[in-house]
Design a protein around this ligand. Structure first.
Ligand code: B16
Ligand code: MG
Length: 219
């Protein structure tokens, strides 16, 4: 029997790690002699670490040698890991466990599809790792969202047809990636920003079981 596979982005969908990424990028920017604002941090959501540093250096009008670039990527991640060290279940976004539990109890395949190379330890820290049948993250992909690669690999690892994939995403590039994969995109966040999503909710508290049952019945 064909099954629908449910794929979750991490930052902005399951937990809000953007605030910690922000602190680490701002620290680096300050060390390099310029400021980095909350608004600028919006550009970094769903974007790979390497691309974030390119954008940051562009903001500060800083040029880097290869060695400096690699060093700053490491420095930022060391700081980020310090900021997330004490993350726990209290940082899970509203009603995420309810949705994961509902799907799990109905034997639906669940995957993570994130740009982060730190995804697995974060899921472990907040106690949600056991819900996931597959984890596809920044360590497994060569092309960043909006390329559909991350979600296509997730569907493959779940053993579901890409056309039977449902993606929960908070970033425009992520919604575009899901759409490019031929999956059903569900925007989590502002529908003015995520208008390309097939469905949209401000957060999971708005998503009732009737909606999830409708998705499960798709195949
Ligand atoms: P890391 P997502 C993304 O997570 C973040 O939104 C983005 O800001 C970050 O640069 C990227 O992960 C890479 O993270 O430095 O931990 O490898 O939304 O794709 O889950
Ligand atoms: Mg995200």
């Amino acid at each position: 029997m064909r099954k629908v596979g449910f794929i979750f982005d991490l930052d902005g969908v399951i937990v809000d790690t953007a605030k910690y990424h922000y602190l680490a990028w701002r620290k680096l920017a300050n060390e390099l002699g310029f400021d980095f604002t909350h608004d600028q941090n919006e550009l970094f959501k769903g974007v790979s670490r390497k691309r974030c540093l390119e954008i940051l250096l562009n903001i500060g009008d800083v040029t880097a040698t290869h060695e400096q670039f690699d060093r700053w990527m490491i420095d930022k991640n060391v700081d980020y890991l310090e900021y997330i060290e004490n993350m726990d279940a209290s940082e899970i976004l509203p009603d995420v466990p309810r949705v994961l539990k509902y799907l799990k109890e109905r034997d639906m395949p669940i995957a993570l599809g994130s740009a982060s190379k730190n995804a697995r330890p974060i899921l472990e820290k907040v106690g949600l790792l056991h819900y996931f049948d597959a984890i596809v993250d920044g360590n497994n992909v060569t092309k960043a969202k909006p390329d559909p690669e991350v979600f296509l690999i997730a569907a493959k690892n779940l053993g579901v047809n890409p056309l039977d994939g449902v993606v929960f995403e908070d970033a425009v590039a992520g919604i575009q990636a899901a759409n490019a994969a031929g999956m059903i995109s569900v925007g989590i966040g502002d529908n003015q920003i995520l208008f390309e999503a097939a469905h949209n909710f401000n957060d999971f508290t708005e998503m009732d079981s009737g909606f999830l049952d409708g998705l499960r019945a798709l195949t």
